[in-house]
Design a protein around this ligand. Structure first.
Ligand code: 6R9
Length: 635
């Protein structure tokens, strides 16, 4: 049992050593003692990073919803599973017990079956943070359909790309969504997207805003009447451990978004294990992660990890600034939240506001605070620690990725001494390595390099949907025999890790991963644009903001530059979503390029960050005069 729940630092080191000495034995013990399997595995782990092929608990049979719901019914059936806090604070919160969740998931699963959805079919879910989102996710898992949740802030084009990439025939959505004081026409976005998705035969619509929407005859149906008619029990489809559970898209540094495929058994074991330890979860806790289920954080630490532990998980529909900047703390006080998990960008935004928004609430229920999504700066860390945690709550700075499925590096609260801006130590079973430019491992402490992981863990993504070659190229080719994360990191004198940021062309804006290529593609669609390059630059609240260098087709005044900038941002909003809008746009005569024609983004990054004292090696630069001019006119 002690393997499953680490309670002090010495125990962490013991467990860690054991997990590295014998990973199979370690994970087998965790899997055996804490989960419900219809049939045990033939082998714990088979792997070959050169193919790459990774299988955990191969041959085992299970259904993840049986682990997340059914097995709790006899012991905590009347406990709240999902605590829904609506956008409007005057609308009552909804407590969905495990019994009720069981019934609602079963009904939804039966509706999906009635609509012809079968095991292995992909279902795209484009829903706001309302209970139907979590229920739809679990309903898919119940019948073995592969869910692909698309964050409901993505544009119609981004949605269409994802629907077509995974070959979904069904989309689950709502009439609209609330975001603070705004209502968003989600169904309209789906209608627009589906013009490009001929294979989608059916759309189920949840009612949320009650706004007028278009229902296409023969394709669209309101889901509630179907749920009302559906049978309230649905036996779970028995899945293989390695059957896909979901696809979740993440931005790559080039090309289209990557549909990361997560499978069933290993994902369940790892998310449940890390949830328990990273949040020191106990039975009476009220756990709240403010992420959206459209991101991996929501999948693993709103839905699967907490429910697998029988926890009460808060699902929040709103935003931190509505009706005012005290909303998070109002919710913490109201529901006596014990663990609170959010993004550095939210902390930075709230820290800018009057402290009264925090101090007027009773936050004494809090025991653990968490952050995820991007590096947390020292100032934000201290504000969080002082004013939210009252210096009594350990902060878990959790580093992980869509691809990793679960948290890989994080303190264990009340065990690992925390250190501002450090994600600290690897979880049991995680073997990090720092590599130099030549792909050699850098041993010892007080070093920095590219962060890799040497050995598989149960929740690593198994492939990119429909493109195994790209999976291999992106993650297993940069450094032979290791999983390459795309992040840089340093290891301090005691072996703590600090993530320093991406070393590729992914930019993290407000905790969202954005690839430069798709944004540049969107900009380049503008008839006046010849070429563009996007880089990140430091931003007080967002962490990074986007700076676009754009070459226009015609020299001289094409037309009003301000309007042009607006049109460009409009194009980005249409193609990707408002999160990818540029904060600064500089029209330039050319871009710094190497002789082989590659844009030297390093130089553009330095100019955007106003750090031009040392531009580094510019000897391969083809057009140094352009750099001079860009610097002169920089914003
Ligand atoms: C879970 C999630 C992954 C990228 C990752 C890294 C950055 C995440 C971080 C962090 C510093 C942390 N990142 N957590 N950087 N400290 N605690 O965010 O997944 O959306 O795929 O982003 O986010 O750069 O590589 P995802």
């Amino acid at each position: 049992m002690s393997n499953y729940h680490i309670k002090h630092l010495e125990e962490y080191f013991q467990v860690y050593r054991k997990s590295v000495r014998n990973p199979e034995g370690f994970w087998e013990e965790v899997a055996e003692e804490h989960f419900l399997w219809r049939k045990k595995w033939n082998s714990v782990l088979e792997w070959d990073f050169s193919k790459p092929e990774i299988k955990w608990f191969d041959g085992a049979k299970l259904n993840i919803t049986e682990n997340c719901i059914d097995r709790h019914l006899s012991i905590r059936g009347d406990k709240t599973a999902i605590l829904f806090e609506p956008n409007d604070p005057n609308e009552p919160a909804e407590h969905i017990t495990y019994h009720q969740l069981h019934e609602r998931v079963c009904r939804y699963a039966n509706v999906l079956k009635d609509q012809g959805v079968e095991k292995g079919d992909r279902v795209v879910i484009y829903l706001p943070m309302i209970p139907d989102l979590a229920i739809a996710v679990l309903a898919c898992a119940r019948i073995g359909a592969v869910h692909s949740v698309v964050f409901a802030g993505f544009s119609s084009t981004a949605l269409a790309t994802r629907i077509n990439d995974c070959g979904a025939k069904m989309v689950l959505t709502s009439d609209g969504s609330y975001r603070g004081s705004k209502a968003i026409d989600l169904k309209g976005i789906v209608d627009e997207a589906l013009k490009q998705c001929p294979d989608v035969k059916s759309v189920l619509v949840s009612k949320r805003t009650g706004s007028e929407i278009n229902m296409k005859e023969g394709r669209d149906q309101w889901v509630q009447p179907l749920l009302d008619k559906a049978y309230a029990d649905c036996s779970p489809v028995v899945m293989d451990s390695e059957d896909p559970l979901f696809i979740l898209y993440t931005s790559g540094s080039t090309g289209r978004p990557k549909g990361m495929v997560h499978t069933t058994g290993g994902y369940m074991v790892y998310t449940a294990y890390t949830f328990k330890n990273v949040f020191q979860y106990k039975e009476e806790d009220i756990y709240w992660c403010t992420a959206d289920i459209g991101w991996i954080t929501g999948h693993s630490y709103i839905v699967y990890g907490p429910l697998a532990n029988g926890a009460t998980t808060v699902m929040f529909e709103g935003v931190p600034s509505y009706p005012d900047f005290g909303r998070f703390w109002d919710v913490v006080q109201k529901h006596k939240v014990t663990q609170f998990y959010t993004a550095p960008t939210a902390i930075r935004a709230l820290a800018k506001e009057n402290l009264d928004f925090v101090t007027k609430y009773d936050l004494s229920s809090l025991k653990v605070l968490g952050t995820v999504g991007e590096p947390i700066n020292e100032e934000a860390w201290h504000w969080y620690n002082d004013h939210v945690g009252d210096k009594k709550c350990p902060i878990v700075d959790t580093w992980w990725q869509t691809e990793t499925g679960g948290i890989l590096i994080s303190p264990i609260p009340y065990s690992t001494p925390t250190k501002p801006t450090y994600a600290t130590l690897p979880m049991p079973g995680i073997q990090p390595a720092l590599m130099d430019e030549n792909g050699k491992e850098i041993k010892g402490n007080q070093v920095d390099g590219r962060l890799c992981i040497k050995f598989p863990w149960p929740s690593i993504a198994r492939t990119i949907w429909g493109n195994h070659e790209r999976y291999k190229d992106t993650y297993f080719s940069a450094i032979e025999g290791k999983y390459f994360t795309g992040d840089g990191a340093l290891r301090d004198e005691v072996g703590y890790y600090r993530i320093t940021g991406r070393v590729d062309d992914v930019i993290i804006v407000s905790g969202h991963n954005l690839g430069t290529a798709p944004i540049e593609d969107a900009i380049n669609e503008h008839p006046a644009v010849a070429e563009s390059a996007i880089v990140g630059f430091p931003h007080d609240i967002k962490g990074n903001a986007l700076y676009g260098y754009i070459i226009l087709k015609e020299t001289g005044e094409y037309r009003n530059r301000e309007n042009l900038a607006k049109e460009i941002n409009q194009l980005i909003t249409e193609h990707i979503g408002p999160i990818a809008k540029l904060d600064k746009i500089q029209f330039v005569p050319g871009l710094p390029k190497t002789r082989s024609g590659k844009i030297m983004r390093r130089i553009l990054r330095k100019i955007a960050s106003k750090d031009t004292s040392n531009l580094g090696d510019t000897s391969t630069l083809l057009n140094p005069e352009v750099v001079e001019q860009i610097m002169k006119e920089s914003l």
